[in-house]
Design a protein around this ligand. Structure first.
Ligand code: COA
Length: 241
């Protein structure tokens, strides 16, 4: 796992660390990163030593400044560039992981940067974080799940306003809209994410995974329907004890 070029994947004390690592390009998401993220997510899902993972960006300036625009320039059109980028179902894989995922974001969190954070379960932001979806201004739309995940997290009207207007949000507004769970000073971002990760990692991993699945599966269902997966998972876990 150590010879990736765009991502650093590390493990320490039950916690997996996934660092987007192209700081010279504000961690822009390119095809190489797509391929490597796909591999890392597969490993993360399977690795019994990892109970919870933290996603972060290398360098001082960004979690991720969105899709790599230089790849757009070399493709016949932004749409073709986008198609190539989504050939692998990175986002389906991301959303299928049953372990808790924490995004610790700072600086620019744009386009696929927001979308990666939205594939995580809990989002912590530093005070300098700025959020935006520049896609419509580039003649494209979010394609890493963002049109669906953002609307589910902050509601349709706000998601529409932010996406259609291209308006950026500062950390405080992102917190008010519930896009992020908590805002902390920059130097506290990783320690805060680690405190949370350690707390979660201290619990029974099956209970944690089932609790995540009960909430995530229920989000797309009515309350009555959502009670079914909860009952099913509660029954399954009671048989384990
Ligand atoms: N793709 C490729 N390279 C990117 C990038 C992206 N999405 N975002 C930033 N970079 C690169 C810049 O080209 C620059 O490289 P260079 O030093 O070789 O010239 C480096 O990262 C630093 O960015 P820079 O633009 O100089 O920083 P800034 O502080 O002036 O501006 C941003 C920061 C985020 C406002 C600006 O970089 C930007 O608008 N990026 C594009 C955001 C975007 O539209 N993303 C696509 C979403 S679909």
């Amino acid at each position: 796992m150590s010879n990736f070029k765009t991502i650093i994947y590390e493990k320490q004390d039950d916690i997996g660390y996934v660092t987007l690592n192209r700081p010279y390009a504000l961690n822009a998401y390119n095809l190489k990163m797509r391929d490597e993220l796909y591999q890392v997510l597969g490993a993360l899902g399977d690795d019994t030593e990892v109970k919870v993972a933290i996603f972060r960006g290398a360098g001082e300036r960004a979690f991720c400044a969105g899709a790599d625009l230089t790849e757009f320039l070399t493709a016949p059109s932004p749409i073709i560039a986008r198609q190539a980028r989504w050939e692998r179902d990175v986002w389906g894989l991301f959303l299928s992981i049953t372990k808790p995922l924490i995004a610790a974001v700072h600086g620019y969190v744009l386009g696929s940067g927001i979308e990666i954070a939205l594939c995580c379960d809990i989002r912590l932001a530093s005070e300098d974080a700025q959020f935006g979806l520049p896609e419509p201004g580039l003649g494209i739309i979010p394609a890493a799940g963002g049109s669906q995940t953002l609307a589910r997290v902050i509601g349709g009207a706000k998601a529409l306003e932010i996406l259609l207007s291209g308006r950026w949000l500062k950390a405080e507004e992102a917190h008010r809209l519930k896009l992020v769970n908590r805002v902390v000073p920059r130097k506290e971002l990783l320690p805060e994410a680690e405190r949370l990760a350690r707390k979660i990692a201290g619990f029974d991993p099956v209970a944690v995974s089932y609790a995540k699945q009960a909430i995530v599966r229920g989000l797309d269902l009515s309350l009555g329907q959502g009670l079914e997966p909860e009952a099913e998972l509660a029954d399954l876990i009671s048989r384990l004890h």
